[in-house]
Write a protein that binds this ligand. Sequence first.
Ligand code: SAM
Length: 357
Amino acid sequence: MTEQTLDPERQERFAERMLQVLNDSCLGYLCSLGHRTGLFDAMAGLPPSTSVRIAEATRLDERYVREWLGGMTVGGFIEYDPARSTYRLPPEHAASLVRAAGPGNLASSMQDLAMLGNVEDKVLDAFRRGGGVPYSAYPRFQELLAAETARVYDAVLVDTVVPLVPGLPERLSEGIDALDIGTGQGHAVNLLAASFPASQFLGVDISDTGIAAAREEAELLGLDNARFVVSDSAALSGTYDLITAFDVIHDLARPERTLSAVAGALRDDGVFLMGDIAASSKLEENIGHPLGPTLYTFSVFYCMTVSLGEGGAGLGTVWGKQRALQMLGEAGFDDVEVREVEGDILNVYYVARRRRR
Ligand SMILES: C[S@@+](CC[C@H](N)C(=O)[O-])C[C@H]1O[C@@H](n2cnc3c(N)ncnc32)[C@H](O)[C@@H]1O
């Protein structure tokens, strides 16, 4: 860029924005610690308190707590009274920061930042040499994702998502065979199995730790209609009345093969319910998306990269609605409706059927 074309005000504004990005990114890390240490939860139940009192309440080291409180105070999360040396978490802020907020707890999501940061060297290497990063490089992924999606499933799966498919609650109550692919730690399956005891549920995933956690939860809940198997979704056996895939297809190495396998495993009146990221396949239509930068960041650091790591398609998190519809059509789904759930800005739900066989 030549000097004549430089707009100094624009330059100044952008430099300020960069400072804001730095500060906000750092606050994300402090939020993650606030969540993992239980500091937010504890402070929500305390009156304005000193760092000593807050450290006692959380059984944490006071020096660390005080430094964290400093960052949270200058970041505008926490109020500080210098006369009394007390800190207060306003209830309006707690509503987005505590475990009790359920899906409203955004502090929990900040744990992802450190997980992604952990693989930066490997991602950098992939930028230079191609390829990707293996699942094994993300040891906390299953646990973090499962905790995040579980909060959403608890809030909306049975009462809001299942009824997106006309007649599905009734069929599940009567008793059908259902399969969930890429089930992770299986919470969605266990919830459905508990709500619809007459139906049989199977969850499959390539992650043995995910499947082990899913089985453990099913046992804890005493479910005899939820089974879990380590298996690749690209090669399905059996036939089903309902197949679900929540936040899975765009991560896959071979998404086309999985979609064809799903189409082949559905019974005549079967339905495929696919929850996936709410975005457009056209970059220009994603400008202004409330989670736009987050989606592309997750794609670079995880979704696209694990798929490429297996020599796969690398669809990416933001493969988008148009591409999803095209691929569903190519797999044989000739009747697809796209449904949205109010309050869920992250996903859309594809209700897909094969009418012609
Ligand atoms: C983003 S996670 C979603 C997990 C779960 N559905 C949820 O909503 O919590 C994607 C899952 O797909 C699994 N996965 C990836 N490739 C797979 C494959 N080829 N077959 C089965 N599962 C696969 C991963 O192990 C991971 O658990």
